[in-house]
Design a protein around this ligand. Structure first.
Ligand SMILES: *Cc1c(COP(=O)(O)O)cnc(C)c1O
Length: 234
């Protein structure tokens, strides 16, 4: 078995153990393998043992891999910063975008989604702690964004995503995830119909599952320490 297959197996076991510990239904947490900075061969190694969802942050690098793996049953998720001049390529090549943090980008993605493709699945990124520098909607802006995005024909709004600053202990890790879950619950109480909480990474997936994550985004625990990002992208 390849190193990647072994590490993937350990991540699956962590997810299953967390589902049991917090009485989540078996299989209720999906695994997104974050393959940014990794070569296409690493993705092939994970595909060979049944992993189909992959997350990418750097557009040009992602497009090269999408081309190299054309014909493979990959579901591509964009999780990086959505720059306005890149929305057309994102709209034409991905199944999901987790990192929408401006209405303007959502409108562009909807307009640019090719007509023959199903609507693009999206999550709104929400900023839940002061230390976070990665962008995202403020929690009190989310309801208005959800209302407008619900009217965009090229998009299917699935849920919320967050990327909190790393924390060491379980309780501190759980706090922002709990806030994201409560926000989703309040939107759904108003009829939003969202089914996705994209939260949890290699270091805090247990905390995220405890708080209701439906998709965890795991990079280093599957692929090992990351290579440097490609030059000029960030
Ligand atoms: C890189 C990245 C991850 C994966 O982080 P790991 O700590 O390597 O598991 C998850 N989400 C986003 C948005 C990322 O950029």
């Amino acid at each position: 078995m390849s190193d990647i297959a072994q590490r993937l197996q350990r991540v699956r076991e962590r997810i299953q153990a967390a589902e049991r510990r917090w009485e989540r239904p078996a299989g209720s947490v999906q695994l997104l393998a974050v393959s940014k900075t990794r070569p296409a061969d690493d993705i092939r190694a994970a595909l060979a043992v049944g992993q189909k969802r992959f997350g990418e942050s750097y557009l040009q690098e992602a497009l090269d891999k999408i081309e190299a793996l054309r014909g493979e049953p990959v579901e591509w998720h964009f999780i990086g910063r959505v720059q306005s001049n890149k929305t057309r390529a994102i709209a034409g090549n991905f199944h999901w975008v987790h990192s929408i943090d401006k209405l303007k980008q959502a409108r562009r993605l909807s307009r640019q989604r090719p007509g023959g493709m199903p609507p693009l699945n999206i999550c709104l990124q929400v900023k839940l702690d002061a230390e976070e520098t990665k962008g995202g909607f403020e929690p009190d802006q989310v309801a208005a964004a959800v209302a407008e995005i619900g009217t965009l024909p090229g998009l299917r709004l699935r849920g919320l995503m967050t990327l909190p600053a790393p924390a060491d202990d379980l309780e501190s890790q759980r706090r922002p995830f709990r806030r994201l879950r409560r926000l989703l619950e309040s939107l759904n109480a108003d009829g939003a119909g969202l089914d996705t909480l994209s939260m949890g990474m290699s270091g805090d997936l247990e905390a995220a599952i405890a708080e209701g994550a439906t998709m965890v985004r795991i990079g280093t625990a599957i692929f090992g320490p990351r290579n440097r990002p490609p030059a000029g992208q960030g």
